[in-house]
Design a protein. Structure first.
Length: 261
């Protein structure tokens, strides 16, 4: 079984993460879909960005990179957020050193609507992560879920969208609307079966596992409960080979997953 090749943040090792250029690149590479992170701006616009704050060494305004974590996404209007470029890490900085293959360019934080429009035109699968938690930096999970669902529904792309996330409150809200949810888990200690049971009770159609937890026994157990199984973030070819029987692999290196392993 060949799993879906899901480009993590659009293929974060290769292109500026969570940008339109990254998602266009994933489509051009022949990926089945992309994972992306969604938050709300101060004026209630669903935008695609991972951290709750703009990244030091990546975001820059008027050509000057942030030297420490920037303002919260939830405190910026869309117009204010778009004053920052997020496509070119600071040379020699920690982000640049961690992404040596990255193709740099000018890029803005996109709206979810723009990404959904691109995906709908290409019949491209979206794994939409609702980026929220219990901290003060986070948007309200219900408000985020409602806004994100509305954007995807308006674009007619619900049948090609899977909602994922660590905050199961937001996913529960999405599940109430009848959309497909794969519940995300971080690295687990020992037996994952109780957590997999919880995914089923919460109304999930899939388990989106941290890849070391996707053992043959755990995968078989999840499938026996009728769940799809995906894994994140799988960047090593040996791990890709081991997990080839899953339904989806989320990777920063979609180029490797598309190559003979």
């Amino acid at each position: 079984m060949q799993p879906w090749n899901i480009a993590h943040r659009g293929g974060a090792a290769l292109m500026p993460e969570n940008t339109l250029a990254a998602f266009e690149g994933a489509i051009a590479r022949g990926c089945d879909g992309a994972e992306l992170d969604v938050q709300l701006t101060a004026d209630g616009v669903a935008v695609v960005h991972h951290d709750f704050r703009l990244k030091a060494g990546l975001a820059r305004k008027d050509g000057v990179w942030l030297s420490e974590a920037g303002p919260r996404i939830k405190d910026l209007s869309l117009a204010q957020l778009r004053q920052f470029d997020v496509g070119s890490p600071q040379p020699g900085g920690a982000y640049a050193l961690a992404h040596p293959l990255l193709k740099t360019m000018n890029a803005l934080v996109p709206t979810l609507d723009a990404v959904a429009a691109l995906a709908a035109a290409q019949h491209f699968v979206l794994f939409v992560e609702l980026k929220c938690d219990t901290s003060q930096d986070s948007a309200d999970p219900v408000a985020l879920a409602d806004a994100v669902y509305a954007v995807i529904a308006a674009r007619g792309h619900l049948d090609r969208t899977i909602f994922v996330g660590f905050d199961w409150r937001a996913l529960a809200r999405i599940a109430e609307k009848g959309a497909v949810c794969w519940f995300t888990t971080d690295i687990l200690s020992g037996d994952a079966r109780p957590v997999i049971d919880a995914v089923t009770r919460a109304g999930g159609q899939g388990w989106f596992a941290n890849f070391p937890d996707a053992t043959p026994d755990h995968v078989a157990y999840a499938r026996a409960l009728g769940l799809k199984v995906g894994a994140w973030t799988v960047n090593d070819p040996a791990d890709m080979r081991r997990l080839m029987g899953l339904d989806a692999l989320c990777t920063d290196r979609p180029d490797l997953l598309n190559s003979p392993l």
